[in-house]
Design a protein around this ligand. Structure first.
Ligand SMILES: *Cc1c(COP(=O)(O)O)cnc(C)c1O
Length: 379
């Protein structure tokens, strides 16, 4: 099956008892057995639930993987990956990581004896320098948030393999429509399903996909033992959302490009960060590993004034001022005082998160309306 067909058909089939074409919401905790141990594949919904199971198979298929596992949030999925490690193990990750990922690494897992290194991952040499015999995991995010840096997944996979470490890629920003890390050598793909996969800002969920039998066994063991599973109703909503993933992503990409180009030409805008620009420092890698450049854009203002940035995010009418991303509706955010507020000014400016930086999650509305909205706010 090709991608668009998989979004609609992978993992799902008409209900055998009624013919219902949509996967039912199996709102049940347990399953009646004919005799001890004689069941139909489902015993208890923490371990496995038919609605969740359908979604897990669907997401696995989208990522060209064998096994999928869904969790109560993206962070619960990340939690599962790190729980595969042991005290003394080391992890190498990027220095402009999603804030919540940084927080779980530093404030939860460091105290269990796992050591984390954060480096500028756009330079593979910086990663190689931190490799040692304790390195067990390389954690990649690409494109990164909010600076839209691109990390070379194939290069990371080579480094991970030579070090006998796992490679996990957070594919939330790109989605399987634009990028398939397993095909580029990753061992695990992680998603905040909350964003583009769900796509309608109505669910919080996470997912992991792998093709490795041994890793899958560990993921399911931890999923069942720690219990951070997602609910049948949410699984249903995401199955429904994914059926239009390819259509939504196509429009996110088209709108994203038009808005990125509009911003580039605007006299009040200084820098525009979007991996589709030829002058983007990692454009060649982006072109190689992605099939499009997405609808996430950041830009800064001439003069770099925090007040100007606050005025713009207040003056837009269609763009909603909110955290999160990946829904059908357009969102606007101010990283320095929202998502990255806890990072000291000097530290965040080093990675490019300046006072006037504004981040857009471009939705699937009519792009003329979105551009007019930005125009009136900027002018
Ligand atoms: C939102 C997000 C997460 C965390 O996912 P939740 O569903 O909010 O727990 C992780 N990584 C990236 C890139 C994200 O955008």
């Amino acid at each position: 099956m090709k991608f668009a067909t998989k979004t609609i058909h992978a993992g799902v089939h008409p209900d055998e008892s009624t013919g219902a074409i949509m996967t039912p919401i199996y709102q049940t905790s347990t399953y009646v057995q004919d005799g001890v141990g004689n069941h139909k594949g489902y015993e208890y919904s923490r371990t496995l639930n038919p609605t969740r199971h359908a979604l897990e198979k669907n997401i696995a298929a989208l990522e060209n993987g064998k096994y999928g596992a869904c969790f109560g949030s993206g962070l619960a999925a990340i939690d599962c990956v790190i729980k595969m490690l042991n005290p003394g193990d080391e992890v190498i990750s990027t220095n402009d990581l999603y804030g919540g990922t940084f927080r779980i690494f530093k404030t939860i897992f460091e105290k269990y004896g796992i050591k984390f290194h954060f480096v500028g991952m756009t330079d593979p040499k910086a990663v190689e320098e931190k490799i040692n015999d304790k390195t067990k995991l390389i954690w990649v995010e690409t494109p990164t948030n909010p600076m839209m840096n691109i990390v070379d997944i194939e290069a990371m996979s080579k480094i991970a393999k030579s070090a006998n470490a796992m490679l996990c890629v957070d594919n939330t920003f790109a989605t399987p429509y634009l990028q398939n890390p397993l095909d580029l050598g990753a061992d695990i793909v992680m998603h905040s399903v909350t964003k583009y996969l769900g796509g309608h800002s109505d669910v919080v969920m996470g997912a992991l996909v792998t093709s490795d039998d041994q890793i899958a066994k560990e993921i399911y063991r931890i999923q069942n033992s720690s219990g951070a599973v997602t609910a049948p109703m949410d699984s249903f909503l995401v199955l429904r959302g994914i059926k239009t993933l390819h259509l939504r992503m196509q429009r996110h990409c088209e709108n994203g490009e038009k808005i990125a180009r509009f911003l580039l030409d605007h006299p009040k805008v200084d820098k525009v960060y979007w991996p589709g620009f030829e002058f983007h420092p990692n454009h060649d890698v982006a072109k190689q590993q992605m099939r499009g450049f997405g609808g996430m854009i950041s830009f800064s203002l001439i003069g770099d004034s925090l007040e100007d940035a606050h005025n713009i995010v207040k003056k837009v009418k269609l763009f909603a001022l909110a955290e999160s991303l990946g829904g059908v509706e357009s969102l606007i955010g101010h990283p320095a005082t929202m998502t990255h507020a806890s990072i000291p000014k000097e530290e965040r400016e080093k990675t490019g998160v300046t006072d006037s930086l504004i981040r857009l999650s471009v939705g699937v509305e009519d792009v003329e309306d979105l551009i007019n909205d930005l125009k009136q706010a900027l002018d």
